[in-house]
Write a protein that binds this ligand. Sequence first.
Ligand code: PEP
Length: 262
Amino acid sequence: MADGNLRRPLISGNWKMNLNHFEAMRLVQELSYQVTRDDVDAVDVSVHPPFTDIRTVQTTLESDRIPFFLGAQHCHSDASGAFTGEVAPPMLAKLGVTYVIAGHSERREVFGESDELINAKVRAILANEMVPILCVGETLDEREAGEAQRKVEGQLAAGLAKVKPEQVASMVIAYEPIWAIGTGRTASADDAQAMCQAVREAVGASHGSDAADSVRIQYGGSVKPINAAELMNQPDIDGALVGGASLEAESFTRIIQYRLHD
Ligand code: PEP
């Protein structure tokens, strides 16, 4: 396996359907008081507000010179059209969004997004010069049935179909076991590492060793200040996708500062 130090860690806060635009502005300002220059020299940080907050967060990051990347939680795969309620990738790119989550398990399970649709979104995000964070992960039943790796590899193959190796190299993949999301249950560091290693090997087999060496793989699922360092210190884990613990400045900052809490 490649040396994990070659890949810059990415800690992403997925706010889901929480925080109005005033609360969003307050959270990024609080984060900016707590996160230090050393922190952002060591790790990339992205925040993924709801769509209604993105413009406010963008102007706050820019006017206060806060060095976080702006993210989105979701997008449509088309550039425009009669899709009531949807948001197109070029609209996000115009707002300065860098990272867009695709295929979060809540989108797959609650909104019925298929592997094919998620692949179309991944390609649309890349075509608009943003970076997809492609989420993959198994249910508890699948894990207990010994099917976890097969499920994840299937989602990966479908999500990365027709994506060029150099594009895969620039991407982020988030391994998020569904049973660990929002439940307080975390995969053990060994299990998380084993699956992230399997993801990297699958990328190597499908898109070559350069893509495998460069793609960043996040773990997500009840990441908290107390478990962040152990997870982040695994050789194939290059970051964290954080839900609940990203909604408070103190807990998200402590995750960003995981290297100080070894
Ligand atoms: C997520 O939303 O992707 C997530 C991992 O949530 P939580 O950290 O709350 O489990």
